[in-house]
Design a protein around this ligand. Structure first.
Ligand SMILES: Cc1cc2nc3c(=O)[nH]c(=O)nc-3n(C[C@H](O)[C@H](O)[C@H](O)COP(=O)(O)O)c2cc1C
Length: 158
């Protein structure tokens, strides 16, 4: 078990682009969380989940290292990632948390990282690193170069 997978959710393409750049750089598969019905701001605010297509939590079984990549919504993680975290088994897995958001002071990223860390620990996983990146303004894509620069910095830090 020495393989890495990137699990991500993205609405406006920022996290998707980061996951794709990271995946190419480290030779890892990127698995997108897709919802049956789009999650909402209110669900994010109350840390609720949304129903996901398929069972992505079962797809992480063969992997020993998992990147969890999520936008920040309403100062929290997104509903799709909440569902994934509730159902995934992180036993003997190493996890790296990456968030993307619009606020340049990276406000509340620490809080979101802590929340995800707690969920991973509860499910017997170990969080190795947390990274807070900037994405686009709400509803906007920041552009590939902007995202790429930050992913490269993230890799240099690890
Ligand atoms: C519903 C919603 C709520 C958001 N709330 C926040 C927030 O509380 N703090 C923040 O910094 N950015 C917030 N954002 C901005 C996103 O985190 C940012 O646009 C991110 O890059 C989106 O990632 P994506 O393009 O992969 O979907 C919000 C965006 C949306 C759509």
């Amino acid at each position: 078990m020495d393989k890495t997978i990137i699990v991500f959710y993205s609405k406006d393409n920022n996290t998707r682009t980061a996951a794709s750049i990271l995946g190419k750089a480290i030779g890892a598969r990127a698995l997108e969380l897709k919802e049956i019905k789009k999650g909402s701001f209110i669900q994010a605010l109350f840390k609720k989940g949304s129903r996901l297509v398929g069972s992505p939590w079962s797809e992480i079984k063969p992997y020993s290292r998992i990147y969890l990549m999520s936008p920040i919504w309403a100062s929290n993680g997104v509903p799709a990632m909440n569902t994934f975290l509730d159902k995934a088994d992180f036993t003997e897995k190493e996890v790296i948390i990456v968030t993307l958001q619009q606020f340049e002071d990276l406000k509340n990223s620490d809080k979101v990282h802590e929340h995800i860390k707690e969920k991973v620990a509860k499910s017997h996983g170990a969080v190795l690193h947390c990274h807070a990146l900037l994405g686009g303004k709400m509803g906007h894509f920041a552009g590939e170069d902007f995202i790429k620069e930050q992913v490269q910095k993230l890799l240099a830090e690890e």
